[in-house]
Design a protein around this ligand. Structure first.
Ligand code: MLT
Length: 236
């Protein structure tokens, strides 16, 4: 029997990390959804960097650079943080560098994990299928918002945790995991309306990004398992 647990913020990662653990970083709105969409639609690799200064260093080297702070596109970068930007296949074959407020920070926080995967509602089922054959403990690491818990990442973590527990090959001990599963069960029929009033839905709506939110909430739309190794995220 293996364990599956949920960690609500990167700040708490040290409390949950273990050896031989697969960590799934989740930032439903929107960083990990963007990474899934980019790789699914043909981007060859994604380099997640924590600071804007680090991302800027790639501008002159021919990389496609994307990033946001507080949801708003960084002016000097080609792209912001929209999963829809990749859907047309326009960036097929490009190498993408991305820096976001919370998601890329969470990825870099967990870079010491034995296995580091990128999860979202878009690819939840593919992540579940992959984890079911790994023989590893699993930690679902939510990106949250600047050290605070958020609803959408917790719901996605709850979905993955629930499915793993239902397989009878995983168990959990932490209340954070129970909370997430309960949230998912309440939210699953209409996640968009469940998120009404949530901080980041509000923030993105103010920026006119309703289409992004709706896209990111399409559960299991993309069959992809993005995998981080030595600073680079590729398709498994
Ligand atoms: C983040 O990393 O905090 C998010 O992806 C923010 C956003 O929606 O752009």
């Amino acid at each position: 029997m293996h364990t599956v647990e949920v960690c609500f913020t990167p700040e708490d990662y040290h409390l949950y990390k273990k050896d031989n653990q697969a960590v799934v970083v989740i930032d439903v709105l929107r960083a990990t959804s963007v990474i899934c969409s980019a790789l699914y639609h043909g981007v060859s690799k994604v380099i997640p960097v924590e600071t804007l200064e680090d991302a800027e260093k790639y501008l002159d080297k021919g990389y496609l650079v994307a990033g946001e702070r507080n949801g708003e596109k960084v002016k000097s970068f080609a792209l912001g943080n929209s999963p829809l930007a990749f859907v047309s296949g326009e960036y097929h074959g490009h190498e993408l560098v991305i820096s976001t407020t919370n998601g890329t920070r969470a990825i870099n926080t967990a870079m010491d994990a034995e296995q580091l995967l990128i999860g979202s509602l878009l690819n939840a089922q593919s992540i579940i299928n992959h984890l079911l054959i790994q023989e590893m403990d699993v930690l679902l690491l939510c990106s949250g918002w600047k050290g605070k818990t958020n609803l959408e990442d917790s719901i996605c973590a709850g979905y993955i945790a629930q499915q793993l527990k239902e397989s009878k090959r995983f168990e959990s001990e932490e209340d954070s995991t129970l909370i997430s599963i309960n949230l998912f069960e309440s939210a699953q029929t209409n996640p968009y309306s469940f998120l009404k009033g949530s901080s980041h839905r509000r923030r993105l709506l103010k920026l006119g990004l309703a289409k992004d939110i709706k896209f990111c909430l399409k559960a299991n739309a993309l069959d992809i398992v993005p995998y981080y190794s030595s600073g680079i995220i590729c398709k498994l």
